[in-house]
Design a protein around this ligand. Structure first.
Ligand code: NOJ
Length: 740
């Protein structure tokens, strides 16, 4: 550090300590007294680093903006060397030496890549999810990063939308619990530690409800749905102390979410008391022009800042126009001050004013990536995230003694797609364990035959004959197929939910050639897939999502029974794309299909498809079986100040030890606004040895039954509630209680 910088810091230090040692607000105020309007605006500006082999290049413009005090944060700039070079410019070559904030999309791992988020959600294991984000924070912070643009807490109920892969699925309660787990993992208990990073709840809000599942598309929804479904995971993130939010690309009821005062100021700041800062999505402020909401980029800057977007990601509109907007009185300087204050506060909390280079440590960087304990945790999480969708005649697990197994499909040897989209700095070559490599832990090479068969997307069938030939020679056939990693994530919406390309045709041909042989389909994908044909063609289906760096090893653990699958779906798998959106906690209609007369006419049904999905929310098989018995309620009434205990005895009645995710659902039968037919209100993941039984108890209070009514009051209403404890959302209620 230069003398000048040291001097600046000591001024801040002294001013800060006039108040309280940890009173960051006072420190921010002291610093802001020294800042010009232009310097304050500079803090609200974020640009991306351009990248070379080893790190971000200090590009001419970036260096110039930093030097001029016109940039407060960067994305896509990391590694110790890269961030050091940039931070040095900020600290040593600017008037006040205010450090930069480095952010990056660390979404499901930084180097060690965990399963995609939709996969991790299927573990229903909050501790594991928190551990994954703790490890991500360890690795990311060791490469100079202070901030991740994660978790994505958008509820998603449309599998056409590619970003369904980045969230936790369709359920409000589960997604809210998971949001908290991610935030805790990233931010830890003390942000000033060098291994904790800021989390960012995104995309605020409604992004997952894009019309027709097309990315960035229009969102229209009533305030009731917004408050009851889409907002709660964001509120949960605030409750868990999330430091930052990201506004979204979509418009919401005609107002783009990056210029939406109602959601950003009224709800986030006023109602929820959020004290952190909001960053725009990538040029989302500018995009208000194309939405038809802002006249030009000056207008967009005015709308964005006034609405409460504190930082402009890549848009340049704050840098270019905010000063003039303040001078013309179109943006109140107090608003800019507030934005700057929020951003500086985060920098203080991270300890960057104590030591702007605190995340810069070459030794730690070298020691932290891919630590063996991170990799073994990734393997454990990948196994726990996999969902056994089908297992006819218990074909799985396979015996290690099987004489020959044919592994067929474009993803058998894959080390690239297996990491999924947004795989941060996970090495796609050399580090990831393919399924082929994974099974070598269990089988000798002479037990294995391999053929790629076809590509994921190309329609070249020349590999079919080799695949069919080896399939005929094998005792068992394992197909490893699915989507490419780029087929889900941002800007990757699909109208066809089938396994892509000619893979389904190859499955069909292999079945035709082997009518009686065991066929197992291992699926990698980032969204619910339409498996209506495949369920009849193969015996077992193991959904491993994109399982990450250790995905192949974890898949092998499941195939050979070293891990008993325990994952359960957090999104519904439809029978066909026409059923979309389809999710378990839909509303009833006035004409539901009657149980006793399923074909009755003039009911809410399709003439060409059942209403029911192929695989329900909460579904997932195990190698063992679980029995649920003796459901009891502590009372048949619940008062507002009381608690209700619901319990069930779960027994492991099969031949394997295993985990079971026990789920609690309710149904508010009559409301001043209609309520969903089922709502998850609790879950417990328990471990039962063969033959073991456990009583699983849930405690409910009136608070758990609240919802937003038509006046937008968060309230609970007297009346009858059905209740059940079940292994999935596929059950009929038999019990109820009265809320008095
Ligand atoms: C756009 C994406 O929507 C967002 O999730 C991401 O964090 C930013 N780009 C930055 O890469």
């Amino acid at each position: 550090m230069t003398l000048k910088t040291k001097l600046t810091y000591s001024i801040i230090f002294v001013f800060g300590h006039v108040a309280l040692a940890q009173n960051y607000e006072a420190k921010v105020d002291s610093l802001m007294k020294l800042m010009t309007l232009q310097e304050k605006i500079g803090q609200t500006v974020m640009y991306s680093g351009s990248w070379d082999q080893t790190g971000p290049i200090v590009g001419t413009d970036n260096a110039k903006y930093i030097r001029e005090g016109n940039m407060g944060a960067m994305l896509n700039a990391f590694t110790v060397k890269g961030t050091y070079d940039l931070q040095k410019v900020a600290v040593e070559e600017t008037r006040l030496g205010i450090p930069l904030l480095f952010g990056y999309d660390v979404i499901h791992g930084h180097r060690t890549i965990f399963p995609i988020n939709l996969g991790m959600a299927a573990s229903w294991d909050l501790k594991m999810i928190e551990e994954s984000s703790r490890i991500s924070a360890e690795e990311a912070s060791a490469e100079g990063l202070h901030w991740t643009f994660s978790p994505m807490v958008d509820i998603a109920r449309d599998p056409r939308w590619g970003r369904i892969s980045e969230g936790s699925g369709e359920d409000v309660y589960l997604a809210s619990q998971i949001a908290k787990a991610y935030v805790k993992g990233y931010q830890g208990d003390d942000l000033s530690k060098h291994n904790t990073i800021l989390a960012c709840a995104k995309h605020f809000v409604g992004y997952g409800a894009a019309q027709a599942g097309r990315d960035y598309h229009t969102v229209n929804m009533g305030e009731g749905e917004l408050r009851n479904v889409y907002l709660p995971p964001f509120k949960a993130a605030v409750d868990a102390g999330v430091e930052t939010f990201m506004s979204a690309f979509n418009e919401l009821n005609g107002v783009p979410t990056s210029g939406n005062k109602f959601t950003l100021r009224d709800i986030l700041q006023e109602e929820w008391g959020f004290k952190g800062f909001v960053v725009s999505d990538y040029t989302s402020i500018n995009e208000m022009i194309l939405h038809g909401f802002a006249k030009d980029s000056t207008d967009a800057a005015r709308i964005g800042m006034n609405a409460g977007v504190d930082m402009d990601m890549m848009g340049s509109v704050y840098r270019k126009h905010l000063k003039e907007l303040v001078e013309e009185g179109k943006v109140d300087e107090a608003i800019v001050n507030d934005a700057c204050r929020r951003i500086l506060l985060a920098k203080f909390k991270l300890g960057l004013f104590d030591d702007p280079y605190r995340y810069i440590d070459e030794k730690r960087e070298a020691e932290t990536k891919y630590k063996p304990e991170f990799l073994s945790k990734a393997r454990e999480i990948a196994a726990a995230s996999s969902v056994l969708l089908q297992n006819k005649n218990n074909v799985l697990p396979l015996s290690k003694e099987t004489k020959s197994i044919a592994f067929i499909g474009p993803l058998v040897k894959d080390e690239y797609d297996i990491l999924g989209n947004w795989a941060a700095k996970g090495d796609r070559k050399g580090k990831a364990v393919s399924v082929f490599e994974g099974v070598l832990e269990y089988l000798k090479p002479n037990q294995i035959m391999y053929a790629k068969g076809c590509d994921i997307l190309k329609d070249d069938e020349s590999g079919f004959s080799e695949a069919i030939t080896i399939s005929k020679k094998a005792d068992v056939i394992v197909l490893v197929m699915g989507e490419g990693h780029h087929m889900s994530g941002e800007a990757a919406s699909r109208t066809n939910l089938k396994i892509p390309g000619i893979q389904p045709k190859l499955i069909q041909k292999i079945r035709e050639a082997n009518p009686d042989k065991k066929i197992i389909l291992v699926l990698m994908n980032g969204r619910p897939i339409n498996l209506s044909d495949e369920v009849n063609l193969v015996d077992a289906i193991l959904e491993v999502w994109f399982p990450g760096t250790m995905g192949g090893a974890a898949t092998a653990d499941i195939l050979f029974g070293a891990y008993n699958p325990s994952g359960k779906l957090t999104v519904t798998f439809p029978r066909n794309v026409g059923q979309v959106p389809i999710y378990y906690n839909m509303k009833n209609t006035g004409r539901p299909i009657p149980d006793n007369n399923p074909t009755e006419d003039y009911k809410s049904n399709y003439i060409d498809s059942p209403n029911s999905p192929l695989f329900v929310f909460g579904h997932g098989l195990s190698y063992t079986t679980f029995k649920y018995a003796d459901f009891t309620l502590s009372s048949h009434t619940l008062s507002f100040s009381d608690t209700l205990k619901a319990s069930v005895v779960v027994s492991n009645t099969g031949g394997f030890d295993g985990y079971e995710v026990v789920q609690l659902y309710i149904h508010d039968k009559v409301g001043s606004v209609t309520r969903p037919v089922k709502e998850l209100k609790g879950f417990q993941k328990i471990f039962l040895k063969k033959g073991e039984s456990k009583t699983v108890t849930f405690i409910l209070t009136a608070e758990d039954l609240k919802f937003y009514n038509s006046e937008m009051n968060y309230t609970v209403e007297h009346g009858e509630f059905e209740i059940a404890i079940a292994p999935s959302s596929d059950f009929k209620f038999k019990n109820s209680f009265i809320l008095e």
